[in-house]
Design a protein around this ligand. Structure first.
Ligand code: MRU
Length: 359
């Protein structure tokens, strides 16, 4: 399975080559495939804010490389207090987006690596190795989660089935081939998936632009639907699972994910459709008791009021929260690389976080 999955790894969104960070510009997909090069922390922060790169694990990885770029510039100034100056880079990267905790988790790992520097150790090489390690371990986590999530699907229903997903949780959003989309890929390889229904994911259209493009590239049957069609599809199209990713999971198992996820979970409960969340442990924030404390990003209302820069709405204001919180009691399973939590609650989440990684 591992080899088959790795062979399916066709798309990449992040590349670190010869000290430069390359990002596939996700604002232009699927019409254009344009790679942009970055060599400063501030520019990487702006790329995250503008969603050149997006998806919780991917923005954590990009921020880690951004910090390497920041350190390189600070060290080049031969300032003995370069670590103090580097705090500005930590800040600018941390302020790029508020909801996905992977961003802060990755920056924290970079900070800890800095604090562990031994005398005589080359700081830049150490930081670069740490960022590459963050990237690589996300890829490994994807593989483990794909296997665990696929087994869960098989355990509950042996036959081929239809799956509904939201936003983009694939290769574009991670360091590997995806979280929720990784599980869907693995399940498809095992003959457990007939068709994927991809919510278009208004307003940024991660579903119709990115998820559909990734699945199409692999020949996995996919149809795009309006977000508001989801309940109807659950009722009429034999959907057995809703499978989504996460941007932050709190200590009690509440899940922040792309706006629209919460209403999917409510509808899934009503229709007896199982609801699976797939996320690496870097998405789990044990420092927050429950989802009420998660900062929810609000983006420019023009994302809703305009299409392609052209105004489509009446002359009104708009509210544009881009994440929502699904309460733990609507979730059947949270799949991580450390293991699976069924019917999540605080005790089970605490137990999960005590475990070592499975891979
Ligand atoms: O605003 P985005 O596109 O960064 O939001 C992404 C999501 O909500 C994903 O579902 C989540 O990050 C999980 S990606 C593996």
């Amino acid at each position: 399975m591992r080899e088959q999955l790795l062979a399916a790894e066709k798309v990449k969104a992040i590349e670190w080559r010869d000290g430069t960070l390359y990002l596939l510009d996700q604002r232009l997909l699927p019409q254009q495939e344009v790679w942009l090069a970055y060599d400063s922390a501030a520019d990487v922060a702006e790329a995250i804010r503008a969603m050149v790169v997006r998806g919780a694990p991917a923005i954590g990885i990009a921020a880690a490389y951004g910090l390497v770029l920041g350190a390189r510039a600070r060290l080049a100034e031969s300032d003995p207090y370069w670590q103090v100056a580097l705090e500005d880079d930590f800040t600018v990267l941390a302020e790029s987006r508020p909801t996905a905790v992977n961003l802060f988790w990755a920056l924290e790992r970079m900070r800890e690596r800095l604090q562990r520097l031994k005398s005589g150790e080359a700081p830049l090489a150490a930081l670069e190795a740490e960022a590459v390690g963050i990237h690589q371990s996300d890829r490994e986590a994807n593989l483990t989660m794909a296997q665990l999530g696929m087994e869960l699907i098989r355990k509950h229903q042996g036959n081929s089935q239809n799956i509904l997903t939201h936003c983009n949780t694939g290769a574009l959003a991670t360091g590997g081939f995806g979280t929720a989309l990784g599980v869907i890929r693995a399940a498809y390889l095992e003959g457990l998936v007939e068709r994927v229904y991809a919510d278009e994911t208004r307003p940024w259209l991660q579903g119709s632009r990115l998820t559909a493009w990734e699945l199409l590239g692999e020949g996995i049957p996919v149809s795009v639907n309006a977000d508001s069609a989801a309940a109807h599809l659950m009722k009429t199209r034999g959907i057995t699972w809703v499978i989504v990713g996460a941007d932050r999971i709190t200590a009690n198992g509440d899940v922040a994910n792309k706006i629209g996820t919460y209403q999917l979970a409510v509808n899934a409960m009503h229709h007896g459709v199982r609801f699976m969340v797939v996320a690496p442990s870097s998405t789990i924030d044990m420092g927050l008791e429950n989802g009420e404390d998660i900062p929810i990003e609000e983006r420019d209302p023009r994302e809703l009021l305009e299409v392609g820069g052209q105004r489509i709405a009446a002359d009104v204001d708009a509210v544009n929260p881009v994440f929502d919180v699904t309460p733990a009691d609507l979730i059947d399973a949270i799949v991580t690389e450390k293991g699976v939590v069924e019917r999540p609650d605080a005790a089970k989440m605490a137990q999960l976080m005590c475990r070592k990684r499975l891979h």
